[in-house]
Design a protein around this ligand. Sequence first.
Ligand code: NAG
Ligand code: NAG
Ligand code: NAG
Ligand code: NAG
Length: 529
Amino acid sequence: MSRRRLQLLLLAAVVLVHAAAAAGRAFQIEEATVDDIQIGFRNGSLTSKQLVLFYLDRIARLNPLLHAVIEVNPDALAQASRADAERRRAASPSSSSSGSCCGGLHGVPVLLKDSIATRDRLNTTAGSLALLGSVVRRDAGVVRRLRRAGAVVLGKANLDEWANFRTIQGTGGWSARGGQGRVRLSYLLSLANFAIGFFHHKKSICSISCSMRFKHRISHCSCSEHGGRDTRDRNRWIHTLPIVVEFSGWDQTNGWVDKQGWPICRTVTDAVHVLDAIVGYDSRDAKATRAASKYIPPGGYRQFLKPDGLKGKRIGIPNGFFNFPNGTVQQIVYQRLLDTVRKQGAVVIENLDIANLAVIQDVLNNGEQIVLAAEFKSSLNTYLSDLSYSPVRSLADIIAFNNAHPIEERLKNFGQLIFLVAENTTGIGALEGAVIRQLNKLSADGLEKLMQDEQLDAIITPNDLVSTVLAIGGMPAITVPAGYGKMGVPFGICFGGLKGYEPRLIEMAYAFEQATKVRKAPKFLHGTF
Ligand SMILES: *[C@@H]1O[C@H](CO)[C@@H](O)[C@H](O)[C@H]1NC(C)=O
Ligand SMILES: *[C@@H]1O[C@H](CO)[C@@H](O)[C@H](O)[C@H]1NC(C)=O
Ligand SMILES: *[C@@H]1O[C@H](CO)[C@@H](O)[C@H](O)[C@H]1NC(C)=O
Ligand SMILES: *[C@@H]1O[C@H](CO)[C@@H](O)[C@H](O)[C@H]1NC(C)=O
């Protein structure tokens, strides 16, 4: 072998070793937490642009199958490059502004439900063709805050059209714009670092009565979407947090419907990052957010990520909430998890009765519908009239649009009965007011009283029943993964508490998560969609 040739070989080897080393240093994006990402940004192994490219590629490959995303943001890459440039500037020695740049969500991609208004090139349509091309005047409050925190809006996520408020049978993950979603919320997290959803009413996404119910409600709800009817309420892979921020999306209202965004994240820590970014007073919803803002702790929520957060907590288990048949996966898993909760130092108080539970259910099933329908019409009409451009300006227009597009809007399959009922309403009158007062009283005399009497820090529940009860009172809750049932369908455990209990709910959820580490990366199982 000639010397020259050897030199060349050596050179090639050196190049290969360097390349291998570089590849070894390459950032593992999948499953990276927000903290990992920020470390990656800082140590130079990752850029926001790479992150966005990774997810755009995934969406391009998987979305034809999943129908999880309605639109990707044509400006996402530009936003990512800008974030990278800001970070570089902040890191340069001559920079004077390093303190102000680059918090936890800076440069991190988020998917927003299509019912969350963005003032950019993305459409905001709640999945309906009727709203295509409409132009909002401003970002929703939650979006404004996410942008301020530096998050990159990756696109809009599919949903049940009109968040399932069009028909009584529900559209089961279908929307005219997004098609038939075949993705659980958990999978959404393989298409972005986090997502923001929110709930409109009891049939929304999960099978529960949740947060959108009452004025100033800071609630959340915990479930996943598009998993098929029967698995919806058991199917959580997600974390939810209540937030105290107004949502000025399409259901911008007179303050009656709950409008909070709802972070969907991989870990409690990620959810807390998002929560910290999106909570706060909002002058566009001054009354509600002023009331809610008093609960936001100085210094934010991160301080409550304590590994020993379950220690000394009093946790109630209402009767009937853990009634799984002996021998089922849920029963076995939840028993084990309750043991873990006890081992972590919590006092678990079982056999508690929430007063009026049956009455609450009854009112929810009946009177609430009247209120929701009335509220829906007035809030939707307000939203539509505020748009700077829209092909439709009222609920009546949308009903007419659906009638004119029966095939595209699948009128035969789904109808639009709730729309028709809502169109007949005339606002919140005496009847609606009475229902609201009744539910408020039921909540005060029920769960709120129980929690005070028993000095509980939280109640825990595996199912959404508690969310119903919590939502009435506008109370917060957080769900953490608990286990996996048949066919790997995930289920969760929910910690719920009184208004302002977010800090201790975070403590408990975080300690629980750290002690159990149940969550697995979502897998695209063959044949499950
Ligand atoms: C940078 O940080 C990431 C995330 O913690 C890590 O995986 C990677 O190995 C680090 N790379 C370098 C070059 O330090
Ligand atoms: C928004 O909708 C219009 C059709 O009205 C479409 O041309 C446009 O591409 C959509 N925007 C995005 C970002 O997909
Ligand atoms: C489940 O098993 C326990 C203990 O073996 C028993 O006390 C209980 O009655 C059983 N419950 C049901 C619903 O079968
Ligand atoms: C709406 O009101 C009209 C007139 O009272 C009635 O005929 C119709 O059945 C109502 N529609 C619905 C869906 O309730």
